[in-house]
Design a protein around this ligand. Structure first.
Ligand code: HMG
Ligand code: MG
Length: 297
């Protein structure tokens, strides 16, 4: 295996968008800063979505303008439409992400339009992002299963991933939104998608509802994936994916990669401390097994 993996830390966004109570902006800012201090180089820090749809993310401007920035770290945000992009630019975002799905029902419930309408909506967004020299990532949700439609055909994921790539997304993140996928499914899906998008431009984004995320990651690493999304303390979920649990925990991914001799540049001890701290702040059990087991020297 080539021994470099890029981690995209999605905890401040995916992790906190689903919290039942509101998390103070000051806590979110501290979380982003601490994650950067751990050596994470790409942090999805906010969402510029409708506050009626996801009130937990209404303070994106305060987060991006409030953080102490570290050189070399990318602070990105979700932007579902032009309005979101404009707000993200005003807040000084480094990179943005659009999001759609491989299933029509999930797309409709999450962003209130069909898949094709979402792609049409992203085209002017990508043009504007290009003017501002901002890279755009594209998410394909429900890549291994949909809460409303069940199994999703690999060809459906490949179609949407290919379309996102062709309209200018520089990286496509394949989301197992509800965390039901298993390694053979993940590899079959990837085999279809890589016909449309080079493997170097693909990321995986596994939620861990059924405890399969690390197994899936290992399987796709063997297929050549080198970009992995994860969330400190295993925080996460999507308000429009009922029953889905958090993302795979960043601590557990770093522990796995360390064991494989793959470099991430992350200080695991510091990350464990950060995961324990945010779990305590949120009053929830630490969702990382490494975070629970780790003994500080
Ligand atoms: P809509 O209701 O169809 O939008 O929602 P609209 O254009 O008709 O606007 C309705 C209202 O929202 C208007 O306000 C707009 O101004 C406002 P009003 O006139 O009623 O006062 N609005 C906005 N406000 C702030 N920022 C914006 C924005 N856009 C419109 N950007 C929309 C369509 C896409 C906006 C809505 O459905 C939405 O915000 N959805 C976001 C849902 C979401 O954030 N889900 C979680 C993230 S995705 C995820 O977690 C999956 C992922 O992790 C990968 C995986 O796990 O698979 C990425
Ligand atoms: Mg997610």
């Amino acid at each position: 295996m080539s021994n470099k993996v890029r981690l995209v830390e999605v905890g401040p966004r995916d992790g906190l968008q689903n919290e039942p109570g509101s998390v103070p902006s000051a806590i979110k800012i501290t979380l982003v800063e601490r994650l950067a201090d751990c050596g994470l180089c790409h942090i999805e820090a906010a969402s510029f979505v409708s506050p009626k749809w996801v009130p937990q993310m209404a303070d994106g401007h305060a987060i991006l303008t409030g953080i102490r920035r570290q050189p070399g770290v990318i602070y990105s945000a979700l932007t579902p439409n032009l309005k979101g992009l404009e707000a993200a630019i005003a807040a000084g975002v480094d990179e943005v992400a659009v999001f759609t799905a491989a299933s029509e029902s999930f797309c409709r419930r999450n962003i209130n339009c069909s898949i094709d309408e979402s792609l049409a909506r992203f085209t002017p967004l990508l043009a504007k992002a290009r003017q501002h020299r901002l890279k755009v990532r594209g998410y394909v949700s429900t890549a291994l299963g949909c809460p409303y439609e069940g199994n999703i055909a690999p060809a459906a994921v490949a179609r949407v991933a290919g379309a996102l790539y062709r309209i200018g997304c520089m990286e496509i993140s394949l989301g197992d939104t509800i965390g039901t996928g298993t390694p053979n499914q993940a590899c079959a899906m990837l085999a279809a998608v890589r016909q449309e998008v080079p493997i170097t431009q693909l990321a995986v984004h596994f939620h861990d509802t059924y405890g399969q995320a690390l197994a899936n990651i290992y399987a796709v690493l063997e297929q050549g994936i080198r970009i992995i999304d994860s969330s400190v303390a295993g925080l996460g979920g999507c308000p429009y994916a009922p029953g889905a649990s958090g993302n795979v925990a960043t601590e557990d991914v770093v522990y796995l990669l360390n064991g494989l001799g793959i470099d991430t540049g992350v200080d695991l001890g510091r990350l464990v401390d950060t995961g324990r701290w945010i779990s305590q702040q949120l009053g929830r059990p630490n969702g990382s097994k490494t975070g629970r087991a780790w003994k500080n020297e």
